[in-house]
Write a protein that binds this ligand. Structure first.
Ligand code: ACO
Length: 310
């Protein structure tokens, strides 16, 4: 096929909302955008293991510990599916890991906030995984095949994560006044950062228009944020939790909830690396990577046909 024919084929696949596959021709900028988004997404899953991993050794019961262990392990799996999807675009795993550790690629702002009580495990499941689901279900229909297929499995697991968080919070809200206070305090800290997960407002989102035209993103940041608020307010009412936003109110004419403006300067600072836990998260990840060097060496030697201990 000629250059113009392959380009026309690409445009036609995108226009009919079908999938581009790894061996198909694609514009360089489309490939770069995918590598950027999928890598950031993978890094978020890997760094996202830390805030909750913090509580594994202090879970209040064996049941809660088993649930939390399984959940954190799922996040590692999500990171690996996504690194594999990014690798189909011609980047290596080593390069991606290096880009995370040297700060060349980003990861989600939300994982730079500390987890101060066990209620945070429930709040992260309910709000953070709830926001992740809102953002990621449309990505099951993204235009790049390997990314969309990874997202289908990830979303199924995320919905378990969201439900375990809701169930944990429901249990605590039926508990003592101290437990109820713990939940409210946790939600007060995580509400606004959860809204920021969807990214800057549409008018300040430099990538959205192009990514939506290519079918990489299916919805804008603000549309997904609104969807999340609409979904979450009735759940907060059912839990008996007060969301910390005095502007939150049903708007009958829009048929959506109105809500206040997140602190966009705070989001910019966290993305820049100046959030409460950015340095700690990367330092921990770097140490874990160094500590795991012998495992990578052993696996490489084994794959090359050597014996362990050679
Ligand atoms: N945290 C960190 N960086 C962010 C965030 C955030 N919450 N929101 C936006 N950014 C970054 C973007 O990556 C972009 O940076 P870059 O151009 O230097 O790479 C910049 O801010 C401007 O934002 P947008 O133009 O809106 O960027 P984009 O179109 O990529 O939209 C979004 C951002 C919505 C996060 C998109 O990339 C996406 O949907 N990604 C897939 C989902 C994902 O990564 N989720 C991770 C958290 S969920 C979880 O792991 C449980």
């Amino acid at each position: 096929m000629t250059d113009s024919a392959v380009e026309a084929h690409f445009d036609e696949v995108i226009a009919r909302h079908d999938r581009i596959e790894p061996r198909d021709w694609m514009p360089d900028a489309y490939r770069r955008t995918l590598v950027r988004q999928i890598a950031q997404h993978a890094h978020s899953e890997i760094i996202g293991m830390q805030p909750e991993g913090n509580w594994i050794s202090r879970a209040p019961s064996l049941r809660r510990k088993a649930i939390l262990l399984a959940k954190v392990q799922d996040e590692a799996g999500h990171g690996l599916y996504l690194y594999s999807a990014a690798e189909t675009l011609g980047v290596s795993r080593d390069e991606l890991v290096d880009n995370l550790l040297t700060g060349k690629q980003k990861y989600s702002s939300i994982f730079n906030y500390p987890t101060l009580s066990y209620a945070d495990v429930g709040t992260i499941g309910w709000l953070v995984d709830g926001a992740a689901i809102c953002n990621q279900v449309p990505l099951c229909r993204t235009s790049y095949g390997p990314y969309g297929r990874a997202m289908i499995r990830i979303c199924k697991e995320e919905s378990f994560h969201q439900r375990q968080g809701y169930e944990l919070l429901m249990t605590m809200m039926r508990g003592t006044p101290e437990q109820q206070e713990m939940v409210q305090e946790s939600v007060n800290r995580f509400w606004w950062p959860s809204l920021m997960m969807f990214g800057p407002p549409d008018e300040n989102s430099p990538n959205s228009e192009r990514s939506m035209a290519w079918g990489i993103k299916r919805n804008s940041n603000d549309d997904l944020r609104q969807k999340f608020v609409d979904m979450t307010v009735p759940q907060a009412d059912a839990l008996g939790i007060c969301l910390p936003d005095p502007s939150l109110a049903w708007n009958a004419s829009r048929e959506h909830y109105d809500f206040g403006e997140p602190d966009w300067d705070e989001l910019a600072a966290v993305i820049r690396g100046d959030g409460p836990c950015n340095a700690q998260r990367i330092e921990h990840r770097r140490r874990a990577h160094e500590d795991g060097a012998w495992v990578r060496e052993a696996a490489t030697a084994f794959a090359a046909g050597g014996e362990i201990g050679d």
